[in-house]
Design a protein around this ligand. Sequence first.
Ligand code: DI6
Ligand code: FE
Length: 428
Amino acid sequence: MSIELRDTDVIWRNARLATLNPAMKDIAGEGNYGESNHGESNYGMLEQHDLIVRDEKILAILPTASVPANQCKIIDVWQRLITPGLIDCHTHLVFGGNRASEWEQRLNGVSYEEISAKGGGINSTVNATRSSSAQQLEIVSQKRLNALMAEGVTTIEVKSGYGLDLASEEKQLQVVRALAQKNPIEISPTLLSAHAVPPEYKHDPDAYVEFVCDSILPALWQKQLFEAVDVFCETVGFNLSQTRRLFDTAKRLNIPVKGHVEQLSNLGGSELVAEYQGLSVDHIEHLDEKGIEAISHSGTVAVLLPGAFYFLRETQRPPVALLRQYGVPMAISTDFNPGTSPFASLRLMMNMACVQFGLTPEEVWQGVTVHAARALGRSKSHGQLAAGFMADFVVWDAQDPVDILYELGHNPLVYRVYHGEISNNSGR
Ligand code: DI6
Ligand code: FE
């Protein structure tokens, strides 16, 4: 392949490139890299290759020896590791207050019922979010975002769902938009107005779902404030027929859907998500084989959230072996939220996914790159080091991909590159 370089192109040289590119395994004759992997780790690793960036994208990855002499800038990374930027595909980043004191009370022996009766739980976050100004929400959310970016996140999904009325859901999503404009990170916003039944609809959840479908969803879609619709389909959330009502509304507007499903029980939400060709089914500790079969046909990604599993001291693990058997792509995410996963560290989740769920480090890396990109409808542009993909990547002070999730407590990130531009630790 001959290539003409421009003076403005940038070459990243002397790196160990973990491309996470599924095509790399096909070339090596090891089967589909994008599917389950019990064999040796490979990570689509390349050495003695140059990563060539033009503007915002990766132009090519070529053997160094074949890259013509030229005038463009060469960045020598001294045999460090480069991976795709991490993708956190499920977060509730924007909320007011926190639930630390509630957690402390629980650890001191106060029951969940007592805490709920005193207005605790998800409703306390709804109150705190409703009573915060957009500016206050942006300040606290920026700090959380900084922590995630400092560990290499270059794409993040952020959900609404702590406003639960039109003005407050809009406020949350406007904050998401502001964060996207001010930071070197790609943000995928999701409407999760069907997260919980707000107090004013306590006695008529169906009427709330109707309000979401008739008012919140169309109004905020018109303002282009989100790109997918999510729901908490659970006995303590919304039932199957309410979920279907919401998905029908989304479908009419051609909006992709996804769901918090099978987290605490099995209602069959995954099959419903599959029926609507949804992007992802998330949590899924209680997912059964029927549901797995359904999502294996719809191309839906299984998003595993080890932070919530750990923090809630759950014991039922997601059905990883069956997901592998059916070739369902698995993603890993923080589920960052104040109630069940107060962890602004995707690296910690990567470690937990290995230790708690038995994923291999390579599956975990796929889960925060290629498969997470797919869960956000970005499989053709994000999550791999490959020609034509966005130049979003991380230079690590490490040798091998496993190093990034093996040792926690210090940060091996040297810098992030977002759309071809270097940004420092905090992303600023
Ligand atoms: N599942 C969860 O784990 C969180 N939301 C959901 O649908 C809990 C959110 C919270 O407690 O604030
Ligand atoms: Fe969640």
